[in-house]
Design a binder for this molecule. Structure first.
Ligand code: TRP
Length: 385
């Protein structure tokens, strides 16, 4: 299908929310995004196929946190034929890591274990420099190395995981990036990303750098390697372009599996943001900082205890419930119990906050320790030119 028929033009986005790779505003309607972006919903049939292979379903699949895809059915079919896929994801190193950033990483780790898949992890220091987060390129590279500690601390298999910074792996990426760039017009990037005359030319070129790792495994192997990209749905526009270009270059189209963005601790509008520290738990938060964020978080509670006991509260707008649902409660039965007792007024917000903090604390402690150890393990994971 030609690009012009498939793409959502930026001016067609409804005004109540905006999702682009660099900007998420308002209360996102994830159902509408599927239609607008032209992706597919994960179906019960696909989930069943995954369960058969993996022996279980990851909680984020069961609960619809990962909810949309492109060509996942093809990935599973190829896998069934013995054609293993590789995973690709990435990080734009603009700041420290918060738990919202980690959703695709938790999931990629699970996929790596269940499918024994190689993982390519791109760190886009160039992107974060070009898009004005930093005055100096070295600053972005430095944050990139700091972020890599969090990635390694996730527990990826060093034999199957390759991490690279764009500025340090560019000789491998560039030949593919120029092939891609030649097939993308300025007007396409304008339509997809909303670029204008005032955007710098690095910003306009950048999407070809993000496309490159999707084709690198095939280029290196000399035969088709299917690629699956777990990522936030906000990153989809890059890969929509990459998928359009792929057949022209003789590469398989990368498949995608998309997650919803973790809601901010401050309330249901907007995703977690590094510029608002209270909006999320960061991996380098002290226990006291993290605890305070949870205790002050936005909930679906009532104005008074009396009212809440009588009328119940609303878990569906509650940022604490979202943390349980997305990450910190693997047990579906307990999650359902939290939901029920919240709605009927048996539970108060303080109960949930204290309970969640217990879970977050255990996780944070373990992550801090793994992050320390990661400092000596960087070489096991990195690719350089
Ligand atoms: N652009 C992404 C960001 O800002 C980083 C990234 C690069 C990425 N390659 C990716 C994200 C592949 C998901 C999948 O964070």
């Amino acid at each position: 299908m030609p690009l012009s028929r498939r793409l959502l033009f930026r001016w067609e986005l409804p005004e109540d929310f905006v999702v682009t790779p660099w900007d998420v505003k308002g209360q996102v309607d994830y159902d509408r995004l599927v239609t607008q972006f032209g992706t597919q919903r994960l179906t019960p049939d696909l989930l069943e196929q995954i369960r058969k292979i993996a022996g279980e379903l990851h909680p984020m699949l069961r609960r619809g946190v990962f909810y949309s895809h492109r060509d996942l059915d093809w990935i599973l079919r190829e896998y069934g034929k013995g054609n293993r896929f590789a995973l690709y994801t990435g990080r734009g190193p603009s700041s420290g890591i918060h738990i919202g950033h980690m959703l695709p990483w938790f999931f990629a780790k699970w996929l790596q274990e269940k499918f024994r898949a190689a993982l390519y992890f791109q760190i886009t220091d160039d992107e974060k420099f070009l898009f004005k987060d930093f005055d100096k390129l070295e600053e972005a590279t430095k944050v990139g190395y700091d972020n890599i500690l969090d990635i390694i601390a996730m527990g990826f298999d060093p034999k199957l995981t390759r991490i690279f910074l764009d500025t340090e792996y560019i000789r491998h990426l560039y030949p593919i990036a120029v092939e891609v760039a030649k097939r993308i017009t300025f007007s396409t990037t304008q339509a997809v990303f909303g670029f204008e005359n005032s955007n710098n030319i690095g910003e306009i070129f950048y999407t070809s750098i993000q496309a490159a790792p999707a084709f690198l495994p095939t280029a290196e192997a000399g035969h088709e390697v299917p690629i699956l990209i777990p990522c936030g749905i906000d990153q989809d526009p890059h890969f929509r372009i990459a998928r359009d270009v792929a057949p022209k270059l003789g590469y398989p189209k990368p498949a995608l599996i998309h997650n919803k963005l973790l809601p901010s601790l401050l309330g249901p509008t907007g995703k977690m943001s590094a510029s608002i520290p209270e909006s999320s738990i960061f991996t380098t938060d002290t226990e006291a900082q993290a605890q305070k964020k949870i205790m002050n978080a936005f909930t679906g509670g009532r104005a008074t205890v009396e009212e809440q006991r009588r009328l119940g509260a609303n878990p569906y707008i509650c940022s604490i419930f979202a943390q349980y649902n997305y990450i910190f409660e693997p047990d579906d039965r307990h999650l359902a119990e939290v939901e029920r007792t919240c709605k009927n007024g048996e539970r108060l917000c303080g109960d949930c906050k204290t309970e969640l903090w217990g879970k977050v604390r255990t996780w944070l402690k373990a992550h801090h320790a793994a992050r320390e150890k990661a400092k000596d393990r960087i070489d096991q994971f990195m690719l350089h030119d």
